[in-house]
Design a protein around this ligand. Structure first.
Ligand code: HAM
Length: 421
């Protein structure tokens, strides 16, 4: 036998049983996005590599070691999108979306690609849904963003087992002040830091704060806090955000070590984490990125957004509050005798056109086997068609739940079923 081709490491097949859970989640996402007045955007799956290098940052893990890049026939370097904020901003600039409305509220869903070490909740192709609001600098926009994800958690019934962690990295002036304060604090201990953090000491010292290395963790425990280095405008923005969260009764934990791994953030940053997961406990991450539109060639337009990993979110949903996503089949047609098989496709098509979900056996199996198949598919009704029934233009319609059975004319089947469900 020829060898079987296996799927690539770190990617998943989403099979019909699971896909039903995804669809149930997608219905909730679409409904909540509509209620919050966000419009869907579908940018391409690959972009010029340059977009991510400039947008996400050369020094980030994503750009320096995780991208799937290739060179196309015209020698342009292209990359499968590792995230979508840079792509949405590129699209916003290129399509002049600010002319349509000064605040663009957008949402998206789709696969992302990062060459990370696969483990539970961390994949090389994973799905995100996310939202970006481009145009408003004000704290009420930050709070709406957070409330938007919270609303999805509420609909899923898992808000109680998720923690919102929040911090502010301030504007660029505040970050420069903090950077020096942190470097001053760490300099005497430079040799005690992990190798990665020693490199980051110059290039991106804030990332040392979220290092997983125990040596780094011990050192940063007593490091100065970024909150203490915020200038007045940044401190004020952050205070307003917290105040509005309090008013809305959205609980949060201030996390001084939260920095996030992408370079574009300014001011408010946040993550939603869940104890139901292992090491990969972040189900959503985001924040403000007031400089990104300008850095990617647009005007100075402030923005904020978040993205959530669907596989991780569904792991939490499965443990805490599984979605009702059982298959739904209204009717299974059982055909007795091969002579009648020619009639079956026509009958079943009419019922499908009328809106029923119907199926029948395509293997010409025995009545018993057909009955078993109807059961397996969870059919609410079976319609039995034998020679006598066909001659009279009827089927024996059996309600699986009540056990009742009656003779029903072909053109009455849809009405009878609709009346009883
Ligand atoms: P991120 O924190 O890199 O942010 O990813 C957001 C979420 O995507 C994570 O919290 C996690 O749930 C999921 N995720 C990330 N990597 C993986 C992976 N390898 N496997 C499974 N799930 C994963 C961003 O991507 C930003 N673009 C978010 C944002 C939008 N900030 C502003 N706007």
């Amino acid at each position: 036998m020829p060898d079987k081709v296996q799927r690539v490491k770190g990617v998943n097949d989403i099979l019909p049983n699971e896909a039903r859970q995804w669809q149930a989640l997608e219905r909730i996402i679409q409904d909540v996005m509509q209620r919050y007045a966000y419009g869907e955007i579908r940018p391409p799956i690959f972009e010029k590599t340059e977009l991510f290098a400039r947008g996400v940052g050369e020094d980030t893990d994503i750009v320096s070691k995780e991208m799937y890049s290739l060179t196309d026939m015209s020698k342009t370097s292209l990359t499968l999108r590792p995230e979508l904020t840079a792509g949405v901003v590129r699209s916003y600039i290129q399509n002049n979306l600010q002319q349509i409305s000064p605040v663009q509220k957008l949402w998206y869903e789709g696969p992302m690609f990062r060459q990370e070490r696969p483990q539970k909740g961390r994949y090389r192709q994973f799905w995100q849904f996310g939202a970006e609001a481009i145009g408003s600098p004000h704290p009420e926009q930050d709070v709406e963003m957070i409330a938007l994800f919270q609303a999805i958690l509420d609909e899923l019934g898992i808000a109680g087992s998720v923690t919102l962690k929040i911090n502010s990295v301030g504007d660029s002036e505040s970050r420069a002040t903090y950077r020096s304060a942190l470097q001053d604090y760490l300099r005497p201990h430079l040799n005690e830091l992990s190798e990665t953090s020693q490199i980051r000491f110059e290039s991106n010292p804030l990332r040392i704060l979220d290092s997983k290395d125990p040596r780094d963790k011990e050192l940063v425990k007593d490091a100065p806090k970024i909150r203490e280095c915020l200038n007045e405008a940044s401190a004020n923005h952050y205070e307003q955000v917290l105040k509005m969260l309090d008013i809305m009764d959205i609980s949060y934990v201030q996390d001084d070590l939260l920095v996030r791994g992408l370079d574009y953030y300014t001011h408010t940053i946040f993550e939603f984490t869940s104890d139901a997961l292992g090491a990969q406990d972040a189900i959503c991450g985001g924040g403000r990125y007031n400089d990104l539109v300008h850095e990617l060639g647009g005007k100075e337009v402030p923005a904020i957004g978040w993205a959530s990993g669907i596989e991780r979110l569904l792991l939490v949903v499965e443990t805490i509050s599984p979605l009702n996503a059982s298959p739904e089949l209204d009717l299974f047609l059982i055909v007795l005798g091969d002579d009648l098989r020619t009639q079956a496709p026509q009958l079943i098509r009419d019922w499908r056109i009328a809106g029923l979900s119907c199926d029948s056996d395509s293997l010409r199996r025995s009545m018993k086997a057909q009955m078993r198949e109807a059961n397996r598919q969870g059919a609410k009704f079976v319609a039995i068609l034998g020679e006598d029934e066909f001659a009279m233009g009827v089927v024996q319609l059996k309600n699986f739940e009540s056990g009742e059975q009656e003779s029903v004319a072909f053109n009455q089947v849809v009405g009878t079923i609709n009346d009883s469900i």
